[in-house]
Design a protein around this ligand. Structure first.
Ligand code: AMP
Ligand code: MG
Length: 323
């Protein structure tokens, strides 16, 4: 089977062709804000300007008649961006006369990792710009065991970084600055059951800008926010009796978060999988591969229900490909 995938939930517009064995090609057109954070309308305009070009790049290497389906990121993400991507995917599927497959972006992050590793049945910590969730597969669904009660940890890092005068994306800059400190300032540590909240840390960190060094604030921010995530992951492993943990999403690049999860899983005798660098960032291959899994299990998205779904939750998807 050969499936074309189109990703475009927030900042990276990416197209890829994938078959059952491997990723055949990928073309990317990342949106880089001139100033400030991601502006939905500007990002969507960038996608509209580049979607024909990324599609042309991946299709030029293929025999169009051999394509079995067109998959696209249906959500979660920024509405204006998702609308560009779903419109392009609909047009292509009609033109090629092949099925359309609307893919949940979060599930795609998980499935591409399961494909490329020997992971069996992990607890997943999905930490991206807008989302922070702890997930676990059970009876045909990825269940959300815990999640942020307000903003995603990535947006929280980016928001504080902007108020400290650091350019978007803030996560990597905060990671670098945090290496220059070992002084942990008190910050709101908010875990409620299996859920967590980050907005209080942003306020505390912004307030501390007048009295502490940027290095100390970045260090304290990371230590507090990541400890909350590690606590919930440990409880998820304990309560489900699972023995694998997968980290996914852009914040998963953070070496300190990886280190904290490595320590926790080692103490429990569990296996830890940090994201492979090539799938860390949003990519078309993960959408194409998940579309291939869905299509090979009879799942298609009729045009009438192929609209953008900005709040698409992973537990809405019936997972028929795991037995
Ligand atoms: P995504 O939404 O999955 O594309 O991830 C983007 C988010 O990842 C942004 O909020 C970035 O600031 C964040 N990010 C990227 N690299 C790092 C890092 N090394 N440490 C923390 N956050 C990061
Ligand atoms: Mg992502």
């Amino acid at each position: 089977m050969l499936v074309l995938g189109l990703e475009g939930t927030a900042w990276n517009l990416s197209a890829s062709l994938v078959n059952d064995e491997d990723i055949l090609c990928e073309a990317n057109a990342p949106y880089v804000p001139v100033s400030g954070g991601i502006h939905p309308r500007e990002a969507a305009q960038h996608f509209a300007d580049n979607v024909a070009s990324v599609l042309r790049q991946v299709l030029s290497s293929a025999d169009l008649r051999s394509i079995d389906g067109v998959a696209f990121s249906q959500g979660p993400g920024l509405g204006p961006c998702l609308r560009i991507v779903s419109t392009a995917a609909r047009a292509l599927s009609l033109r090629l006369r092949v099925p359309l497959i609307g893919v949940n972006h979060c599930i795609a992050h998980i499935e591409v990792e399961r494909w490329k590793t020997d992971l069996a049945d992990p607890i997943v910590l999905y930490v991206s710009g807008a989302n922070s969730q702890v997930l676990s597969y059970r009876q045909n669904r990825y269940r959300i065991l815990g999640e942020t009660l307000d903003i995603g940890v990535g947006n929280c890092l980016d928001k504080f970084a902007r108020s400290a005068g650091l350019a978007h994306p803030g996560g990597p800059k905060i990671e670098r600055l945090a290496k220059g400190s070992r002084r942990c300032l008190p910050m709101p540590y908010v875990v409620k059951g299996m859920d967590f909240s980050f907005s209080g840390i942003v306020t505390a960190a912004q307030n501390a800008l007048t009295s502490a060094t940027l290095e100390d604030i970045c260090y304290s921010f990371q230590e507090t926010a990541f400890a909350m995530l590690v606590e919930v992951c440990e409880r998820a492993l304990s309560q489900t009796d699972k023995s694998e943990l997968l980290l996914a999403g852009g914040v998963g690049a953070n070496k300190r978060l990886q280190e904290m999860l490595t320590i926790m899983t080692a103490e429990r005798g569990a296996r830890f999988f940090s994201p492979r660098p090539e799938y860390l960032q949003d990519n078309g291959a993960m959408i194409a591969y998940t579309g291939l899994l869905m299509l090979s299990h009879g799942i298609q998205t009729p045009i009438a229900s192929s609209g953008a779904n900005p709040n698409f939750r992973p537990d809405e998807v019936e997972v028929l490909w795991i037995t």
